[in-house]
Design a protein around this ligand. Sequence first.
Ligand SMILES: Cc1cc2c3c(c1C)C(C)(C)C[C@@H](O)N3c1c(nc(O)[nH]c1=O)N2C[C@H](O)[C@H](O)[C@H](O)COP(=O)(O)O
Ligand SMILES: [K+]
Ligand SMILES: [Mn+2]
Length: 500
Amino acid sequence: TSTPPPHLDFRAFVDALRSDDDLADINAEVDPNLEVAAVTRRAYELQSKAPLFHNIKGAHDGLFRILGASGGLSSDPQFPYRRLVRHVGLSPNASLGDFIDKMLSAKGKPGIPPVHVETGPCKENKLFGNDIDLTKLPAPLLNKADGGNYIQTMGINIVQHPTKAWVNWSIARAMVLDKTRMVGLIMKPQHIARIYAQWMESGKDMPFAIALGAPPIAVMASSMPLPEGVTESEYVGALCGEPLELVKCETNDLYVPARSEIVIEGTVSITERAKEGPFGEMHGYSFLDEELMEPIYNVAAITYRSGNAILPISVPGRATGPDETHTLIGTLASAEIRQLLQENGLPVLNVFTPYETQVIWAAVQVDRKKLWELETNAEEFCRKIGQLVFRRKCGMQIHRLLIVGDDIDPFNFKDVIWSYASRCRPGMDEYHFEDVAAYPLVPYMSHGPGAKLTGGKVVANCLLPHEYKQEQMWVTCDFENGYPEEIKERVLRRWSDFGL
Ligand SMILES: Cc1cc2c3c(c1C)C(C)(C)C[C@@H](O)N3c1c(nc(O)[nH]c1=O)N2C[C@H](O)[C@H](O)[C@H](O)COP(=O)(O)O
Ligand SMILES: [K+]
Ligand SMILES: [Mn+2]
């Protein structure tokens, strides 16, 4: 069979990055103990090519190569989002807005259930029982403060509700614990935690599969807070207009993408826990006192592609050069927040979590003409938005919403911060929410002055009072808005003559 397109096949995705000249094939030996992660972290920060490490120290029997920064910004400043939008089959010059539109394009459409195929590339090699030794795999240490080797940072965690027809795909970190066990973060209100709670009630360990090097568009849906009960693989089918091809696990009844690079399968204990973390996380901090006790993943089988399987990794940290915890988590939560606000009849054009805010803030762009028709005011409008977003799971990671006008590009932080700095009066234009669920990973919550699990959320009104009622009563003083068209044309035409 011919190779599927990049958004449906991880290896085709890697080849596409190579043909974009956006991949560095690194054949020199690199150490999975910190060196691989340090190269990857710097690659994010310099927005360089994605590093594909072909020669990992300690790799054996085809396990494994490592791809870093699969969701980083592209190395070509002309197409900054090309690597991202290749995940979803968009053209290289597609914008973040196009990416969000694409990920929302299946809303309201019926899901297309996946088809089950007999076998596939992920079945070419199989390890069971004594053949499994996670401590002998070159699982990377991603940060000098990490509490273990995080083998799972970019795979899809697959779990099924014990009684409902709901198979959830998400991304949740997990580190190697010993020969056949991992330990991973299972955090409320995430769907993996809700389903895990159901298995606890049933009294049985939760079957799991982690599909690493899964189809890129499936990784996007896994990182997206789709509504409870939505089976991500069916949403992906609707996005693609064709069913995903899945193959059955060896040791349980879950199904995984047939073309995955590596599949780790087994059961998550509903009784045994172990210390998990510290982990260098999405806000750029690794708190040394992180003392989480998280569920143990018992590994029953590992299956993987021949030809030297590739482990994708994410090395979260400061978004000076954004990594997947910003470009995927932030953008995909923005998509669901936009959907939520539009479904509730609010005149919202787009939503985006600026990287400069470590995706803790989200700018909500409002159509001001439509806003006038609501005949509302800042207090009523902002409180309504806060009540919707801060009480839904899609808003869980956001602690500040900035309500901006359609003259502001939410994807341009300079626009966003200009309107926040100049139109949001301290003490009167911010609406606080102290009775909503907080995102416990945000440093001023986990290590801040107040309660850790509730509050610390705010809606900042970045519209002047008259913008709720009429045309803006100012001229914006920049080249774009401060001059008539014929002056701008003349200046652009003569620019090179001026030698500027
Ligand atoms: C893309 C991406 C997303 C996540 C994570 C990572 C990446 C790369 C790690 C690098 C592994 C870091 C870790 O913080 N991580 C992570 C996580 N959510 C958790 O509950 N636990 C986690 O350990 N999400 C976010 C979730 O994937 C999304 O919130 C998704 O919406 C959840 O799916 P669902 O519950 O809505 O179905
Ligand atoms: K998901
Ligand atoms: Mn889900």
